[in-house]
Design a protein around this ligand. Structure first.
Ligand code: PMP
Length: 356
């Protein structure tokens, strides 16, 4: 391949690296440990639904049945929802619909990489507002930047990956009022915060777009299902670039069954939240370690030393966490997805031993 064949904007990009997995306890990707098929009714209903499943037929272009179920779950109208292969695909569609080369995207930093990557692929540039000490968002700085730059799109990841910080809906409303253009709120982890969703504001603000996913609290990361919620005109505009059959028939069949059993599945979410709080309380006590309060299913942790040694010691105990290497913004950091007490107790033992 000739290097000049590459789109100019991505020449310096590295392919997204997913670490090879050999460990038993993989807590590096904020997945849910719970398998929804372990609920007998979910499995039975799926098997029954497969009787009339027709994989030889293209799926519904707008995932009509799934849209209705999601609308019921979040309290919106189906026309305000567009579904796809995970939040990742929806981020690409959103940026692809609205960002021109030369446009600006405003983000707080550190945050999820896909916004910047997607915008820069399209030839747009990114303006970053660094977090305050303790990885809490600089609200004043963000509002000032919105007013000063009037970016094409302002992104707020709420609660934020990888810091766990949650901003109040009232602040997002201030951003919506200050912005002449689009405000994109990524609520991939909102079920773990259980408050401050801005989905209900889409009827008031036609410049608001909210992302949700079934990958986290619903434990369907492998199935791929994310969705955007926004004013109908925005949803229709995304239809200009959406692949006609982007969301496969199996997801369209299975996701509504899973959503029907949400009360049971969200009890697991409650367990994860409790375990997150316990793990936080234990990590705080370890000298040489800093842990940041989180409204998600993960915790951001930093150590004063032995960064690589602790990562290896965890691996030796069959635990894989996300490690940040050579990161100016996240020095000596790990991100730990919260699963169950047994895994966390082993993890705590390693931290205590290594830092004692
Ligand atoms: N937004 C955020 C903040 C995320 O952390 C992730 C997943 N890591 C996504 C969106 C995309 O998730 P998915 O594609 O699995 O829906």
């Amino acid at each position: 391949m000739k290097t000049e064949w590459l789109r100019n904007t991505i020449k310096d990009f590295e392919p997204y690296f997913v670490a090879p997995i050999a460990e038993k306890h993989v807590i590096n990707a904020n997945e849910n440990y719970f398998n929804v098929l372990s609920i007998p009714a979910v499995k039975q209903e799926l098997i029954k639904a497969l009787d009339t499943f027709k994989p030889q037929i293209y799926p519904k272009p707008m995932a009509d049945g799934l849209r209705e179920t999601l609308a019921d779950y979040i309290g919106a109208r189906p026309e305000n929802i567009i579904c796809g292969n995970g939040g990742d695909e929806m981020i690409s569609y959103l940026l692809g619909t609205f960002m021109n080369p030369g446009d600006t995207l405003l983000v707080h930093s550190p945050t999820f990489d896909m916004y910047e990557l997607g915008a820069e692929t399209l030839g747009a540039s990114t303006i970053k507002v660094r977090d305050l000490a303790g990885y809490r968002r600089d609200k004043e700085g963000l509002l000032d930047a919105v007013k000063k730059y009037q970016p094409k799109m302002t992104v707020i990841c709420n609660p934020n990956n990888p810091t766990g910080d949650l901003l109040p809906a009232s602040f997002i409303e201030e951003v919506l009022k200050a912005a002449d253009n689009l405000v994109f709120v990524d609520e991939a982890y909102m079920e773990f915060a259980q408050k401050e969703s801005v989905v209900s504001l889409i009827t008031k603000y036609p410049n608001l777009v909210v992302l949700r996913t079934l990958s986290k609290a619903f434990g369907l990361a492998g199935m791929r299902c994310g969705y955007l919620v926004a004013d109908e005109e925005i949803i229709n505009a995304i239809g200009k670039i959406k692949a006609p059959y982007n969301l496969n028939s199996f997801t369209q069949l299975f996701a509504p069954i899973v959503l029907k059993h949400r009360d049971e599945i969200l009890k697991v979410r409650d367990d994860i939240v409790k375990e997150r709080n316990r793990l936080f309380d234990e990590l705080v006590k370890i000298p040489g370690l800093t842990v940041y309060p989180s409204c998600t299913n993960f915790l951001l942790v930093q150590v004063e030393n032995k960064h690589e040694e602790i990562f290896k010691a965890l691996k030796a105990k069959d635990i894989l966490v996300k490690i940040y290497r050579n990161s100016a913004e996240l020095p000596e950091a790990y991100r730990i997805s919260v699963t169950t007490k047994d895994v966390d107790d082993t993890l705590l033992e390693v931290f205590r031993k290594e830092l004692s």
